[in-house]
Design a protein around this ligand. Structure first.
Ligand code: NAD
Length: 515
């Protein structure tokens, strides 16, 4: 028997001993600087000449480590290994597969600070958020393990006289996992272990800015006893191997999280049946967002301020769920805007290795250039209320920036920026605010700050998002508590960490026997 699922507790960094331990973990990660990780194919370490180098976004010339780079040649070997391993892994007792995840979760719990410190160093994520993210990775293993045990005997269907019927789940084949860098631990782990625990074998290609955390996770899975060929680690450049992974005839499933552009490209390419392919590929694609905090006129102002600031600036707004805009009833607009600016100006920006910094850098030069170009667009479209200071001399630092009085159709109101930029707009009525919140191609998360029960019910019916929150911010979904995924062009709404997520990696089989 297993304990009931509960999410992993977060580290309390107000305690001195926890701060001390975390500093030690950061120092340990630094000792590994320059370490090179191999590919893992069929259980073997494979070293290639070309390397994928990981840099510190706080200090852009600092190399943190590197991995070997896979080319189509190594991918072919990995597909062959995964196909072979599928024969036994898909027949392995589902409980044993779940237990593998429980063992890996236990190892990761013991190495939690080291994993979080790696996220701090490689993704520039502040301590607290890195800690929450690694806890989420552990949660995915604990939750999906239990979900698989529940599904192992299939679902009950009806039998009748002279006929016995069964409904069971079988594994699909070789899965390709393509995670983003912004949850380089949590999403990478979740989208790797979901196909694994359901009996599929995996080729995992981490996001190119964050291969080291993925290499460490693969180490943990090997320590936990993942059989050879079941999990293959194939980092590489997406323009060199992305299409190859997606197009390959042996790819049965693709679990992707990232931008809309890449997700749509993957969906389109995966739809084409390749020579020798005898199945249709399934694609889970979780993509971008343009998420809104709506403030009703009947709302607690301080709750609204807290929700808006947290949703906009946690991890420098680099979340698909970031509340990058707030639509505020005109009666409260001035008051809320003023307090949001006040609170934002208290936020500290700097090296993520220092606990006191609330915000770290954005991930790389490409992101820095994109975000600063949106700040220039914002200056033309709205009124600059605070921010607009950036510096990429050592790392990619952008001060939290807020624009007010936006037209709902403005670009910074509708396009995903993925940085610390917040747009504020005024609505004449609550219903108009919900209409504005629905005015983009995305439908991922949203929050409503209101004390009016009818208005809250209205949002449940009309605010078209996959994750709706009341009187809190719109980020920070927890596995098993807030199944996560979006509507519209935010993706296939696969609801990561939800009770039916695993079904997407399984083929249901109906069996009927005449008696
Ligand atoms: P991205 O699309 O650039 O990259 C995501 C992954 O796709 C990376 O592993 C990348 O290497 C890979 N990739 C890129 N081109 C590819 C190709 N042609 N073929 C195959 N793989 C390819 O996105 P990103 O910058 O890493 O992540 C940021 C985006 O992710 C944002 O839009 C954000 O909203 C989204 N995101 C969504 C969710 C969600 O759950 N909906 C969660 C996190 C991030």
């Amino acid at each position: 028997m297993y304990t009931e699922y509960r999410h992993e507790p977060f580290t309390d960094f107000t305690k001195e001993e926890n701060q001390k331990e975390f500093l030690e973990a950061l120092a340990k990660v630094k000792e590994d600087i320059g370490k090179e990780y191999p590919l893992i194919i069929g259980g073997k370490e494979v070293t290639t000449e070309e390397k994928l180098v990981s840099y510190n976004p706080c200090n852009k010339t600092e190399v943190i480590g590197s991995t070997s780079k896979a080319s189509p040649k190594e991918l072919d070997q990995a597909f062959a290994a995964a196909k072979e391993a599928f024969k036994t892994w898909s027949q392995t007792n589902p409980t044993a597969r779940a237990e593998l995840l429980f063992r890996a979760a236990a190892i990761m719990r013991r190495r939690k600070h080291e994993m979080s410190a790696t996220v701090v160093k490689e993704a520039g994520k502040p301590w607290r958020e890195a800690d929450i993210e690694v806890a989420e990775g552990i949660d995915f293993m604990e939750y999906y393990g239990r979900q698989m045990i529940e599904l192992k005997d299939g679902k009950k269907i009806v039998s009748r006289d002279g006929e016995s019927n069964q409904y069971v789940y079988t594994s699909a084949g070789v899965a390709v996992t393509i995670p983003p860098w912004n949850f380089s631990a949590a999403i990478m782990i979740g989208t790797t272990v979901a196909p694994l625990v359901t009996g599929n074998t995996v080729l995992m290609k981490p996001a190119e800015p964050t291969p080291l955390i993925a290499a460490k996770f693969v180490d943990i899975m090997r320590e936990a006893g993942v059989p050879d060929g079941v999990l293959n680690f194939v980092p590489g450049e997406p323009h060199e191997i992305g299409d190859y992974l997606v197009d390959h005839k042996d790819t049965a499933l693709i679990t992707f999280t990232g931008s809309k552009a890449t997700g749509l490209r993957i969906m389109e390419r995966a739809a084409k049946v390749q020579e020798g392919q005898q199945h249709l590929k399934r694609v889970l694609a979780e993509m971008g967002g343009k998420d809104t905090v709506v403030v009703d006129k009947e709302a607690d102002v301080e709750t609204a301020v807290e929700a808006i600031v947290t949703a906009a600036f946690n991890f420098s707004g680099q979340k698909c769920s970031a509340g990058s805009r707030a639509v505020i009833h005109e009666d409260l607009y001035d008051q809320v805007a003023e307090r949001v600016v006040e609170e934002t100006e208290k936020l500290t920006l700097g090296d993520s290795e220092k606990f006191e910094n609330y915000l770290g850098p954005v991930i790389n030069q490409k992101a820095y250039d994109k975000v600063t170009s949106y700040i220039n667009i914002g200056k033309e479209e709205g009124k600059l209320l605070t921010g607009d200071e950036s510096d990429d001399s050592t790392g990619y630092f952008i001060k939290p920036t807020i624009f007010g009085d936006l037209d709902p159709q403005a670009r910074i109101m509708k396009e995903e920026i993925f940085g610390p930029v917040l747009a504020l707009a005024k609505a004449k009525s609550y219903k108009e605010a919900i209409d504005i919140a629905n005015n983009t191609e995305y439908g991922l998360t949203g929050a409503v700050i209101s004390t009016n029960v009818e208005n809250m019910e209205y949002a449940k019916r009309h605010f078209h998002v996959g994750n709706l929150y009341f009187n809190r911010n719109c980020t920070g979904a927890i596995v098993g508590y807030h199944p996560f995924g979006g509507f519209k062009l935010s993706g296939t709404d696969s609801k990561a960490g939800g009770p039916d997520h695993l079904l997407q990696y399984l083929l249901p089989k109906s069996i009927s026997q005449a008696l």
